[in-house]
Design a protein around this ligand. Sequence first.
Ligand code: GLY
Length: 441
Amino acid sequence: MKVLLVSSSARGHAIAEALSRSHHNPQLICLSPNKNPGLLALAHRHEAMDIMNFDAVLKIAKEEQPEFAVIGPDDPIAGGLADLLEEQGIPCIAPRKSLARIESSKAFARELMQKYGIHSYPKFMAYQRADGKSMDRFIRGDFGGEFVVKYDALKGGKGVKVSGEHIHSVEEGIRYAEECIAECGKVVIEEKLIGVEFSLMSFASGTEVADMPAVQDHKRAYEGDTGPNTGGMGTYSCPDHSLPFLTPSDLDEAKKINRQIAAALLKECGHPYRGILYGGFIAVRDGVRVIEYNARFGDPEALNVLPILASDFVELCQSMIDGTFNPHFVRFAHQATVCKYITPKSYPDAKSEKGHEVIFPKCTKTGRIYYGDIAQDPSGKLLLGGSRSSGIVGIGSSLEEAEEIAQKMCSAVKGPVRFRKDIGTEELVQQRIDMMKKLRG
Ligand code: GLY
């Protein structure tokens, strides 16, 4: 059996590894922007190419005739690669373009929730015209100057600006909103929510939905959640598949919302959503709200959940495709995971370490390395790219054990790199618990 994987980053390596654990022993055809050492080791065929060149992707798909395709990153999903592959008779684990608007259009996502009565969203307004007066009234009147401005298209994680963090006055916020309208035609302005964020990803096959363990991501570049936002510096998950700062009803609410979204998408778009539905949530004073939706595995969240997926991933994909998907067949080991991303020392700004050699310790069963922006030269040396280099994942029976494994492995990496030592530590987790206690009195 052949499976086509269109991927980028360490998430692609984690997906490839989960597919290759299948007892169906699939031949993986892996397409990604760089020659990824992880994919090289697992793939039957691995091409480094522009994955947004859909003609080139389709040509390889036609040559290889895979049984199905998995698409990892947001851009090809939002651009409609699943529609094109499915027209060629290759089913995809990734939603079609119209359904992927749940990620690629912030206005679509909010308006869908509003239309279908899924009430867990902040107050918002979508604007297509740069009406500064109305924006000013909305921001000052409704939430006393604390707000978020969202670009209405994909922007590599840089489209959302938050007051007090990236925006320092209402006027600056309105100027950014006007820029968004000029560039992509629409903008969403909404209330800034106060609480603790978490991710809940689910396998979705139409209205059949099965949840993965909840994960907490750390977007800020430096320890103590300081510095600029990044694609995610690391993540953790717990053996009970919840998170220490969530109540059972918080998690139930998030699960219910993912189901409501899958059902709403089916009604709105007329096609079942097939793939990964990623709810980005925030636990607030009185429950849970949706920050955003993604139409794919999270990065790094995929690195936490896929290594502990106990079901056969290929069989799950096949059942999603042939309509026999049963959420009861989706099982994850009850283990904790801590992922810390190794990045070039000056990430996210400089590229000065690009091309420098990096040496990793050996992988073990409980200490995994997933390669991202790393190139392998002809002599086998691993060379840094400019972005996140590799996700190191510790797996243990407790968060403490998983963190210790990840920390030890990260410390053993040699080269001009860094990682966040605080991710998954008791101290940082306790801060989240204390924040929720304070919020909820
Ligand atoms: N970890 C955030 C994302 O994948 O978008």
